[in-house]
Design a protein around this ligand. Structure first.
Ligand SMILES: [Zn+2]
Length: 509
């Protein structure tokens, strides 16, 4: 017989968000990515994994420099101010990140980005005179076929820059076959499948070498200098992508880098659909060149439209996540973001839909069930809770719900995980409505009454058992709400002390 003498080592799980530019305050899309990543981090911690959850800000962009110039503020001060706003949003959303990296201000990042550059095979980096069309909005070179009437589709109000200069190039073309195989075989897993297919057809269309630096002048003297060449600044995407390892102290070959990256069991980047190419093509190619292992998974989420329209400052439809938190509360916003948008696809935001979901699923669904059950259980005066065991049908239902929720989260279908939990709430509601424990409480000392009282106790116990499981399952999604419910149900010895709660989600008028 095999006897293990060492306790099983915890599996590591490394989850990152993309790091947003700090040219403007965060919008609802940033809140979405924070919250999705947080669910994954919390879920894996609860599963016993050793989780490292990273987020941060991408500060070396030309966009940021221009935003600072427009605001007549020093770039350094501007990015610091905006980074604080993003940090504050993470806090207000109860995001459980372990670290927050700022790419302009931290030595670990600057040193790490340079180290990664130097680690690339010398034959992969070469200097070339180049002429191209650059969209500062995208921070990306465009070809004529990417543009419509000479303008970027994403940034129609910005002028496309014509750039002619000598830059460093990365030999991406050398990695075409390896990248195709890695992605086709799911060694680098891209979820959902539709994004994987998009990237595969992009790779099969032929990969061209890309520029990985710009002149100090064009970079407006802002960014990470190219090692050994003071006249060139790294292309912002090259330094930005490296944040995933620089934050782990790649520069010093640190303990976190060894644990979560080199020997990591599960490395996952959560990103928006507009930057899949950078993460599925450029980033793995650079890592291959530098002899650094690749991440396992890219989860690609969709975008929000606002009342059916693209979020855009010029349309004036930018929704401030701080306002929503202020008005409706953190968990209400988390719930909306996680349930309204199918994790793999696009979703739409409107205040009407937000309020309908709030009243329908939070005030009525979860809030009402919790209030009913806690009140019944509090008033029931049950002396010996431990005499009760949840009935088999309920135990089966909960077991099935747990299994489905885990599977859905593993597949990055967070909205389906949530609707599975809401099915359990409806199941609990139906159970109480059918068994009507409140109708069985007349005390007259007769044997019939005794058996009715017993039935009532069992019913209330079962309803409470369901509620407790709902709250446990909700922990990664609505952490504050789950804690409130669980704190209201205190187990002590044979007894359970149940407290009533003020409404979890007061109804909106
Ligand atoms: Zn653009």
């Amino acid at each position: 017989m095999f006897v293990s003498h060492t306790p099983m080592a915890k599996r590591s799980y490394y989850i990152s968000t993309s790091i947003p530019y700090v040219n403007a305050a965060p919008h609802i899309g940033h809140a979405l990515e924070f919250v999705q990543a947080d669910v994954l981090a919390r879920y894996h911690r609860r599963r016993g994994d050793d989780v490292f959850f990273l987020t941060g800000t991408d500060e070396n962009s030309l966009k940021n420099v221009i935003a600072a110039e427009t605001a007549k503020v020093q770039v350094k001060d501007w990015v610091e101010r905006l980074a604080k706003v993003f940090k504050n949003l993470a806090q207000k959303l109860s995001i459980s990140n372990n670290d927050f990296i700022r790419t302009s201000a931290e030595k670990r990042h600057i040193d790490g980005a340079k180290k990664l550059w130097n680690a690339c095979r010398p034959e992969d980096i070469y200097k070339k005179k180049y002429k191209g069309l650059y969209c500062i909005g995208c921070e990306e070179f465009k070809t004529m076929k990417d543009l419509q009437g000479g303008r970027c589709e994403e940034h129609p109000n910005q002028d496309i820059q014509e750039v002619e200069e000598e830059n460093y190039f990365f030999r991406l073309s050398a990695y075409q076959d390896r990248l195709e195989k890695l992605i086709a075989d799911d060694a680098l897993l891209i979820v959902p499948e539709s994004r994987k297919n998009e990237i595969l057809s992009f790779i099969r269309g032929g990969l061209e070498d890309f520029s990985i630096s710009r002149s100090r002048e064009r970079a407006k003297d802002w960014g990470v200098p190219v090692p050994g060449d003071q006249n060139q600044i790294m292309y912002v995407w090259v330094d930005a992508l490296s944040n995933y390892i620089t934050a782990l102290d790649y520069a010093d070959n640190g303990e976190k880098y060894q644990k979560y990256w080199v020997g990591g069991d599960n490395i996952c980047h959560l990103i928006g659909k507009n930057i899949t190419r950078f993460h599925a093509v450029y980033w793995p190619a650079i890592l291959l060149s530098a002899g650094v292992r690749l991440p396992q998974t890219l989860f690609v989420h969709g975008f929000f439209t606002i009342n059916g329209q693209k979020i855009s400052k010029s349309l004036g439809n930018v929704i401030d996540p701080f306002d929503l938190i202020e008005k409706y509360g953190t968990d209400a916003l988390r719930y909306y973001l996680l349930s309204e948008i199918p994790s793999h696809e696009d979703g739409d935001f409107s205040i009407e839909k937000f309020e309908a979901r709030y009243n329908g699923n939070l005030a009525n669904g979860l809030g009402n069930y919790a209030a009913r059950v806690l009140t019944l259980a509090h008033n029931a005066n049950i002396a010996n809770w431990n005499a009760n065991v949840a009935n088999e049908e309920i135990q089966e239902k909960i077991k099935g719900t747990r299994k489905t929720v885990s599977e859905k989260i593993d597949d990055f279908k967070l909205h389906e995980a949530l609707s599975t939990i809401w099915e359990l709430i409806s199941f609990g509601d139906k159970y109480i409505n059918e068994n009507k424990p409140w109708a069985k409480s007349v005390e007259d000392g007769s044997p019939e009454q005794a058996s009715e009282a017993r039935f009532r106790e069992i019913t209330i116990y079962n309803a409470l058992y369901i509620l407790e499981n709902v709250a446990e399952l909700l922990k990664p999604f609505l952490p504050e709400t789950a804690d409130k419910v669980l704190r209201a149900i205190q187990h002590s010895g044979k007894n359970i002390e149940v407290n009533k709660l003020p409404p979890l989600f007061p109804r909106l008028q």
